[in-house]
Design a protein around this ligand. Structure first.
Ligand code: UDP
Length: 253
């Protein structure tokens, strides 16, 4: 087989040229990093699980009309996606105070927010992905006002959908980070679509009964059993084949 060209090497994912023009292959790795890459490690099996979880969530989102880059899963660690022009802004939606918001504002982790809050982070690793406002985004030309409107309305819709989906299987969606890209269709028309991945790497998920953390915070905060937490999320979503079958989400009462 001809050697594929690697386009991007990230901490959790590598991106390769896809088999057809306009496609890419996302390869999910077990590597974990936190605090702007100053803490590094691995979570065994994370790549395989995130590939499955992201496949599942992106597919469900497509079914409700949230456009995204996912095409199909190729194998245990890879999925085929549409090539997009990534908008250099991470959109974080928060339902409950945690992480950097708890630190920055001195509010206790776990405080329920009166409404969902959106934040924008400029994707610039050297600067540690700083928090920015809409004014910065448009003044510096990182995105147009229309792109921001599209990202925000899609993010809030995704939040409502995922909040319900996770709650149904016993987890609270505390916060998450999304990335979007500009996709040009065959007529040359541009649409803002969801890209990247949705997995416990970029969502905070707490068990709805015990508040146990079932996400990347297990690694960030050295809580242990990170691999088991990722497996648990996959199992609850019905995407971890225990008997060899994918059963779909199992609702909790
Ligand atoms: N997040 C992410 N990538 C980052 C920073 C944050 O996926 O580089 C996710 C993180 O998992 C959480 C949400 O965005 O679900 C909000 O993260 P926060 O701003 O609290 O920063 P953190 O405490 O993760 O550094």
């Amino acid at each position: 087989m001809a050697k594929r060209r690697r386009i991007y090497e990230g901490r959790a994912k590598d991106i390769y040229e896809g088999p057809e023009p306009g496609t890419l292959v996302q390869h999910f790795k077990d590597d974990a990093s936190a605090f702007n890459n100053t803490k590094r490690g691995t979570i065994t099996g994370k790549g395989v699980i995130n590939n499955r979880i992201s496949e599942f969530l992106m597919s469900r989102l497509q079914e409700i009309g949230v456009p995204n880059h996912f095409i199909r899963r190729l194998n245990m660690r890879e999925q085929l996606v549409r090539e997009v022009e990534i908008i250099p802004i991470g959109v974080v939606i928060r339902n409950v105070v945690a992480g950097s918001m708890a630190k920055r504002l001195g509010i206790k982790e776990g405080t329920q927010l009166p409404r969902s809050i959106a934040e924008y982070y400029w994707k610039n690793q050297e600067l540690g992905n700083p928090l920015v406002s809409e004014e910065h985004i448009t003044a510096f030309g990182w995105a147009m006002p229309q792109d921001i409107d599209d990202m925000l309305s899609l993010s809030l819709r995704i939040n409502d959908f995922l909040t319900g989906l996770f709650l149904g299987v016993g987890m609270r969606l505390i916060d998450f980070k999304l990335e979007f890209g500009r996709y040009y269709d065959e007529n040359g028309d541009m649409r803002v679509i969801l890209a990247d991945e949705i997995s416990p790497d970029n969502c905070r998920l707490w068990d709805s009964t015990t508040s146990e953390k079932l996400d990347m915070d297990r690694f960030r905060e050295d809580l242990g059993e990170a691999a088991e937490a990722y497996q648990e999320v996959a199992r609850r979503l019905g995407v971890l084949p225990d008997g060899g079958e994918l059963n779909g989400p199992r609702m909790v009462q």
